[in-house]
Every structure is written in C-alpha cells, then in structure tokens.
Ligand binder design. Structure first.
Ligand code: MG
Length: 245
C-alpha cells in the first residue's frame, strides 16, 4: 500500500468512528420538551381567492351593508359598495384582529394629491391606514396610499392603477392601557398591500388626526371599524375580519 492510499484509509476510519459516536450520542440524548400543555389549535378551513377562512366574520360579501351603520346612501352594485353620503361604522367592535379588504380608486382620475381617490380604514375608529390613489400621484409621503396617516409612509408604493382592485391585509394589535388610564403597550400594525409588506409591526404613536399630533387617550378594548368618506367614490368588496384575542 502506498503512502497516499494508507492516509486515505486512515481518514475513512476516522469518519466511521465519528459517525458511530454521533449515533450513540443521539441514542443517549433526551428530546427537549417545553413542558407546556398546549390546547389543540382549532381546525379551520382557509379561504380561496382572498375569500374568508371559515372562522372569519364577514363584514361585506358584496350583497349588503347590514354589518355597518351609516351606509344607507352607499351604492351596492356588481358585488361592490361605493362610498357615498358619509363613512360607515361596523356594528361590531374589534380589538386585536386580522382584517382583509379590497378597494378600487375611481377609474376616472379626478383631483390630485389628497383629493384623488381618498378614503381610509380606521382601526378602532381612530387609527387610519390611508386609502388614496397614489398611482403616479404625489402627496406628502406619510399621507399616501398605505400610510399610517401622518405617522409612517408605506415601505414601498405598491399601488395598482386607478380602477383596479387592490387588497389590504392588516394585522393589528391594539394598545393596552392600565386601570388608571396609563399606556402600558402601544398599538402595532402590520400591513400587506396587494400582497406586499408595507408596514412590518409598526408601533402606533397614537391617533392619526389631520390637525393634531398623534396621542393616546385610554379607550375600551374593542371598538368599531370605520371606513372614511372623503368625497371620492371608492369601491369596496370582500371585507372580512378575524378576531385575534
Ligand atoms: Mg383618508
């Protein structure tokens, strides 16, 4: 046996011993277990085509606004509801949630800046994720489509063209207040716009007002959603929500 061949055999021998040792260690080791007795996660049926999963509360399925107050003048047509005559407020109240909604800004482009395709979805009626036609329409960045209004611009502008259907998937953790009204933890928002992350666990600074700095005032654990009428005929469809508390 030449020198190189002998070295190869020695190497192979070490490999075999190494594998045997690893196998023995595997037999002797204990599996890690957390010790927590978890309840079984509920079995649900996921939705298809952005449709609601089986445990969602459907807030608008294209037929009527019976889950909302204030929409008597909205126009229901072709499975969509068009803003008219004031905003709408959900009859039910929500705290931590996953919210899906679809919207389309007017196909016929009118106005500019904040005056073009403006609406908004207000979590707990006071924390707005802006809806705007921001397709080739510049405005202040923390007020463009997808902004947490006057707090954060979206990470990217993922807008589709005017008239095209767009999606928001919002994951919201409400703020927590102590019994004496002090803020314990702020709210957090994650938003996907047309499937693209535009906010990743953003810390809410408070309410999203046009004329006031963000601020927190203690409020109940659950409050209704609000969809804004800003004078533009935005269409909505397929609105559903899952409570996460
Ligand atoms: Mg708005």
């Amino acid at each position: 046996m030449n020198v190189a061949r002998a070295a190869w055999w020695r190497g192979k021998g070490r490999c075999v011993w190494g594998l045997l040792l690893l196998a023995a260690a595997g037999l002797l080791a204990d599996e890690y277990k957390s010790g927590i007795e978890w309840p079984e996660p509920p079995v649900i049926t996921p939705g298809t085509d952005q449709g609601p999963p089986s445990d969602a509360i459907v807030l608008f399925d294209g037929t009527d606004l019976s889950q909302w107050e204030g929409g008597s003048q909205w126009i229901i047509q072709d499975g969509a509801a068009t803003v008219r005559g004031g905003g709408i407020t959900s009859k039910r109240a929500f705290g931590d949630c996953q919210l899906h909604l679809e919207f389309a800004t007017p196909e016929k482009v009118e106005g500019e800046g904040q005056g073009r395709g403006n609406s908004g979805v207000y979590l707990m009626g006071m924390y707005e994720v802006q809806i705007l036609d921001s397709y080739e329409n510049t405005t202040y960045y923390d007020g463009q489509c997808g902004a947490i209004y006057k707090q954060y611009p979206p990470l990217v502008n993922a807008c589709r063209k005017p008239g095209e259907w767009q999606t928001y998937d919002i994951i919201f953790t409400r703020p927590r207040f102590s019994a004496d009204g002090k803020l314990e933890t702020p709210g957090y928002v994650t938003v996907l716009h047309n499937g693209v992350v535009i906010h990743n666990h953003r810390e809410l600074l408070g309410t999203t007002s046009w004329d006031m700095a963000p601020q927190y005032t203690p409020h109940p654990d659950k409050l209704p959603l609000f969809i804004q009428d800003h004078g533009n005929p935005i269409r909505f469809r397929n609105i559903w929500i899952r409570e996460l508390e």
